[in-house]
Design a protein around this ligand. Structure first.
Ligand SMILES: NC(=O)c1ccc[n+]([C@@H]2O[C@H](COP(=O)([O-])OP(=O)(O)OC[C@H]3O[C@@H](n4cnc5c(N)ncnc54)[C@H](OP(=O)(O)O)[C@@H]3O)[C@@H](O)[C@H]2O)c1
Length: 348
């Protein structure tokens, strides 16, 4: 397959996007060489899991390590399963809410926990709470000796002023709404087991991974392209290229500790929604309609602590913005899963 420069202006097809997003850098290849098999990716069929699993597999191939990578999920979407298997990732169907099914998973020193539930919470809050408490408890009980990296979200913090530079890990959580509260519960369950069993855990509070098929940049670019108004009330945000977020998730296995370690995970910059809309307007040749006024407060995450131990994300966001604009203008496939980043009342 043709390998374009990482900072090319356009990505033309999904095969090219997937190749770029799962192309391992040397730091990951070196880390994967030290890992023992298998790597379990729980909740590995969603928006991030498949590209994370294939990234790990490609890193292992380049390291000559033969690391077995297993994605675990209910696989409600069968196409995710075949996509993974075609790329050398094994799959196991398992409902993480079912303790007996979790008990049958293979032993693993390395576990990445990506399962969760956000959208649909308003319609069924109990399921969101169950997914974010019972499933983590089942997993933490099943893997007391493992290193676990568990994804969390910046939603566990309340909104902060732009001038604060974003929430840091020592800030008191102030979750709003069922999803954010259940996400904090997910963290607390992992923390409980980390202390109880001396289990090594790293919790990553992620703010917006961006792919070209979904994400905050796609949401804004699509509105501009369609001539729809962009609401700037949630005036600022952070995001990180999904390939970089995935890479940092895998390398964070090395940071797992007891008591659990907590790190924010996002890009280095606080981005203005209005400026992003203007930039997409320029790139797409569209007039931009903006509604609302920037609130002083937004959901913002400061990932300096993660950068100190994992390095800064390798992919510049201005390249991602260009890729996103051309992806949308070309009518390429998107997932139809808006992030609802504008939401300020915590209801998803
Ligand atoms: N993407 C982002 O920008 C973002 C931002 C902040 C935080 N996060 C966190 O990062 C994690 C990964 O993100 P994502 O966007 O990939 O999430 P996602 O698209 O929601 O994927 C999570 C996957 O978990 C699986 N799952 C749900 N319930 C399950 C169950 N009972 N048993 C087994 N698997 C189950 C689902 O697959 P099946 O239906 O096939 O089981 C789903 O595909 C999530 O925990 C999310 O909270 C993501």
């Amino acid at each position: 397959m043709m390998q374009r420069s990482e900072h090319t202006n356009i990505i033309e097809a999904e095969s090219e996007l997937d190749e770029l997003m799962t192309r391992p850098r040397q730091a990951l290849i070196d880390f994967v060489r030290t890992m023992s098999s298998p790597l379990l990716v729980l909740g590995g069929s969603g928006k991030m899991g498949p590209t994370l699993a294939v990234l790990a597999k490609r890193a292992a191939e380049q390291a000559g390590s033969g690391l077995q990578v297993i994605a675990v999920s209910r696989f409600s979407d069968e196409s995710a399963r075949s996509w993974l298997e075609e790329r050398g990732v094994e799959t196991i169907q398992c409902d993480l809410l079912e303790r007996k099914q979790v008990a049958m998973l293979p032993d693993a020193e390395n576990v990445i926990y990506m399962a969760g539930r956000k959208f649909g919470t308003r319609a069924n809050p109990p399921l969101t709470w169950a997914m974010n408490t019972i499933a983590p408890a089942n997993v933490a009980e099943r893997f007391p000796q493992s290193r676990i990296v568990a994804l969390s979200t910046g939603n566990v913090y309340g909104e902060v002023s732009r001038s604060s530079g974003g929430s840091v890990e020592s800030d008191e959580p102030a979750p709003v709404g069922d999803y954010a509260n259940a996400s904090l519960a997910r963290e607390r369950i992992f923390e409980y087991y980390s202390t109880k069993n001396a289990a090594r855990i790293c919790l990553l509070r992620l703010n917006y991974a961006v792919d070209l098929r979904y994400g905050v940049l796609v949401d804004i670019a699509q509105k501009v392209y369609r001539g729809e108004p962009v609401d700037v009330t949630m005036g600022h945000l952070n995001c990180i290229w999904q390939g970089d977020a995935n890479e940092m998730c895998i390398r964070a296995l090395d940071l797992a500790a007891s008591p659990a370690r907590i790190l924010n995970l996002t890009g280095a910059d606080i981005l203005s929604v209005r400026d992003l809309a203007r930039r997409f307007g320029e790139l797409l040749g569209k007039e931009v309609k903006v509604v609302g006024e920037e609130s002083d407060r937004a959901l913002l995450n400061n990932a300096s602590a993660a950068f100190a131990v994992l390095g800064t994300p390798a992919t510049p966001l201005d390249a991602v913005i260009r890729w996103t604009a051309s992806w949308i203008a070309s009518g390429n496939r998107t997932l139809g899963k808006p992030t609802h980043f504008e939401v300020k009342d915590g209801r998803y």
